[in-house]
Design a protein around this ligand. Structure first.
Ligand code: FA5
Ligand code: MG
Length: 450
């Protein structure tokens, strides 16, 4: 993997992310095309679709009480501890594997979710952690940031996307005063939802069976805290999709359907996901749950004294839908024809500018029969193509897989679509890229090209 991020034949011994230097190790699998994105921070640009969506949600959640401290400057390189250990991910969790996660070295990686910063932000609320700076007087937080996952390539998948994390805690008070506070806030949330001209139709059949509460919480606390979490997220969904409906010319009498489904996250219990029904599909928006006391204890809170919730909302798919952006790569383009179309605070439909034709090339090969050969992970193949072709690759798809009946040899065929968002790509250019992909497959895996 050293080869992949070195431009010369001299292997680099360190790599640099946001001005910090990290020694590489056997675990390193991050590539230069990914590292180049770590300084972009497109979600902070006030007139970028993801930036516009972020501010709409921040404003909604902070209206009228400003309960959430906003953190938008956390850098993407974090420790394995922050991203996984602090949240109780088991050692063998698939999310930790090199095929899913970009590692800088054995102890550092590019965060795979904004939850990597939860502990830090819960500490800031607590404020009493010895030696800890960054204390806030607000009982909640919102963190927006770019997150990185090794994934397939198509119009809705890109190795970098954005999440907004939210967290909220209440300190238990004598005479259950904290419950009154939650109730009061909950009534306000419920009233705002009920008064809206767009009706939110909510399906929620999730029980606590198989999704148990934590023992230290009372049933009443679980009930109030979950309703507070769910109504807060419903309010966000309503706000965002209502703007979309308005831009499409409908508001009055409109219904919007959402549903709650059971989920599992190692650091929340119980846990849920919320989905919205849009254009005949259920779209997954957000994972969430009541924060496990373990996390609060790690953040220095006293045992049995606090309850709270957390959520992690994906921003890109919502932004694609709101602004009618057909290809997730457009979020990363430098083309002014894209950026000049959006302005702060406004949700408008993207007008595609001339689309350049794509060029399809197939690569078919026999896998090695060597017993020690480990199957090529699909994400590794995606990575090879992305490293060779960068944003010129629009899509990679397995179109054929076949095992020879006599020899037992396995053959795979992948179809690659090369397409630029801003210019024509020549046939010569595509041929050259395709040759490099083929060569790399032979060199790295010893496949036999067909
Ligand atoms: C998480 O990342 C958890 N950290 C969420 C969470 C936070 C749970 C706090 C509990 C408490 P998940 O992998 O499901 O969960 O991603 C959360 C959201 O990010 C998804 O609902 C989806 O909207 C978005 N998302 C996930 N993967 C992608 C992807 N490849 N491309 C675009 N959006 C994605
Ligand atoms: Mg999920």
């Amino acid at each position: 993997c050293l080869r992949l991020f070195s431009t010369s034949n001299v292997a680099l011994q360190t790599l640099s992310v946001n001005g910090k230097t990290y020694p590489v190790s056997d675990k390193t699998n991050v590539t230069s095309s990914i590292l180049n994105l770590t300084d972009r921070a497109v979600y902070l640009k006030p007139s970028h679709p993801v930036g516009i969506l972020r501010s709409v949600i921040e404003d909604k959640l902070n209206d009228p009480h400003h309960s959430f401290e906003i953190y938008n400057d956390f850098k993407p390189a974090v420790t394995v501890h922050e991203n996984f250990d602090s949240l109780g991910f088991p050692e063998d969790h698939p999310g930790r594997s090199k095929s899913d996660t970009y590692y800088l070295n054995d102890c550092h990686l590019l965060r795979t979710h904004t939850s990597a910063h939860e502990l830090e932000c819960f500490k800031n609320i607590n404020g009493f952690v010895p030696g800890h700076v960054g204390k806030t007087d607000k009982p909640g937080f919102l963190i927006s940031a770019d997150v990185y996952r090794r994934d397939e390539i198509d119009r809705t998948h890109y190795p970098v996307f954005h999440q907004m994390e939210g967290g909220r805690v209440w300190k238990r008070e004598p005479d259950n005063q904290h419950l009154l506070k939650i109730k009061e806030d909950l009534e306000r949330l419920e009233k705002t939802l009920a008064d809206d001209p767009v009706k939110l139709v909510v399906e929620d059949n999730v029980s606590l069976e198989g999704n148990p509460k934590q023992e230290y919480m009372t049933m009443e606390e679980v009930d109030l805290c979950s309703r507070h979490l769910k109504r807060s997220l419903e309010l966000v969904v309503l706000e965002v999709f209502k703007r979309k409906l308005a831009s499409m010319g409908n508001v009055k009498g409109e219904e919007l359907k959402v549903r709650w489904i059971q989920a599992y996250f190692p650091w929340t219990a119980p846990s849920w996901e919320i989905e919205v029904f849009w254009q005949n599909n259920w779209l997954e928006l957000c994972g969430c749950g009541l924060i496990r006391e373990d996390v609060l204890l790690k953040a220095g809170y006293e045992q049995n004294q606090n309850i709270g919730w957390a959520f992690g909302l994906g921003l890109d798919r919502i932004a694609m839908l709101l602004f009618e952006i057909p290809d997730i790569r457009l979020f990363w383009t430098l083309d002014e024809r894209f950026h000049s179309q959006f302005k702060e605070g406004t949700i408008n439909k993207f007008k595609p500018y001339s689309k350049y034709p794509g060029t399809i090339r197939d690569v078919a090969f026999w896998l090695p029969t060597d017993k020690n050969f480990d199957i090529i992970h699909e994400n590794d193949l995606m990575e090879i193509v992305r490293n060779v072709a960068g944003d010129l690759v629009e899509c990679v798809k397995l179109i054929d897989s076949f095992t020879h009946p006599k020899t037992g040899r396995k053959s795979l065929c992948y179809r690659i679509n090369y397409q630029s968002m801003d210019r024509n790509v020549t046939n010569e250019e595509v041929n050259e890229l395709q040759d490099k992909v083929r060569d790399t497959l032979v060199k790295l895996y010893g496949v036999e090209l067909r």
